[in-house]
Design a binder for this molecule. Structure first.
Ligand code: PSU
Ligand code: MN
Length: 305
């Protein structure tokens, strides 16, 4: 029998950074395997790692291979994962299923938080968190429950635009997850800078986000802090383009009866096709930007100790 700790394979660079109290940023792998097509997925994975390093932190991309949870992938493994077929999408409910089989599995926000937190990593960057789906009778991402039960800092560009953003924010409030938006009064809209939903809390800069995160984590309440950063302006999609493409994609998904874990990747791919690839540029830019912000946050958190 192997528990969570025995499943972890922490890369030497990550292990020594953690031992020395240096900043480390966890990165997830479902956006590589399911969120973006090849070769953009390889580009964004490499670029995110480079952004983390440029900001003075050590990247730790998390994925599963042959029953082990890898914390930190080398470039060859990253390429292998990005090109592999039949990669399982592992979340809290499917983590065991991903570990009892051979081959690659990618970790979603929930599974990445579980693994990163077990390895002692406190800061994690993704693209957009999962949340409450629109149109589906009942589909709520396990990302939200994980944010409620695993104390760390998660950096994102808001809930994915394919979701019911107001319901997602309500869910986070109910489950005690503080949401801090850097530099604006609206929750970021993933592909678009705004979502039209009021930010639960605005912080003016990264240092203020860190101040809030440190205070929240010190209280020992058990939940994460969600830090939201809007997509860089140059690659943002206009609000109406985002709305139209998302509405189309959701109607098509309902007609095609797509549901469960396939729904999110299916919608992201449809939105990419409907926007002629513009959503891919926004998605890539926001992922890399979140990695850089997370690295600076990890640096500030490490400094304060
Ligand atoms: N951010 C992106 N693209 C993605 C994801 C995040 O820019 O594909 C992934 C994350 O791994 C997140 C998952 O946990 O989508 C949500 O899937 P679901 O809605 O099935 O919980
Ligand atoms: Mn779901």
């Amino acid at each position: 029998m192997s528990g969570l700790a025995e499943r972890l394979m922490v890369a030497p660079e990550v292990r020594s950074a953690l031992a020395a109290g240096l900043p480390v940023v966890a990165l997830e792998s479902t956006l590589i395997s399911h969120g973006l097509p090849h070769p953009q997925n390889v580009e964004v994975a490499r670029r995110s790692e480079a952004e983390v390093r440029a900001a003075g932190a050590v990247p730790a991309t998390v994925a599963i291979r042959d029953g082990r949870i890898l914390i930190g992938l080398d470039d060859a493994s990253l390429l292998e994962l990005a090109r592999a077929a039949g990669v399982l999408k592992a979340a809290r409910p499917t983590l065991a299923a991903a570990l009892v089989r051979d081959g690659w599995a990618a970790t979603t926000v929930s599974a990445t938080m579980i693994a990163a937190s077990a390895a002692g990593i406190r800061v994690f960057a993704t693209g957009g968190i999962g949340g409450v789906h629109r149109g589906a009778p009942f589909d709520v991402s396990s990302d939200l429950e994980e944010l409620a039960r695993t104390p760390m800092v998660v950096v994102c560009a808001g809930p994915k635009a394919i979701l019911d953003v107001p319901a997602t924010m309500e869910y986070l409030e109910t489950r005690g997850v503080p949401v801090a938006v850097i530099g604006q009064d609206q929750v970021p809209g993933f592909y678009a800078r705004g979502s039209g939903v009021r930010a639960p809390q605005r912080v003016d800069d990264e240092a203020a986000a860190v101040g809030l995160a440190r205070a929240h984590l010190a209280l020992g309440l058990g939940s994460a802090v969600l830090v939201c950063v809007p997509v860089p302006a140059a690659e943002a999609l206009p609000d109406d383009v985002t709305r139209d493409a998302v509405e189309h994609a959701i109607a098509e998904a309902a007609m095609a009866r797509v549901h469960g874990p396939e729904l999110t990747p299916w919608l992201l791919a449809r939105v990419a096709a409907l926007t002629g690839g513009a959503s891919l540029r926004a998605n890539t830019a926001l992922i890399a930007n979140n990695a850089a912000v997370a690295a600076r946050i990890a640096g500030l958190l490490a400094q304060a100790e």
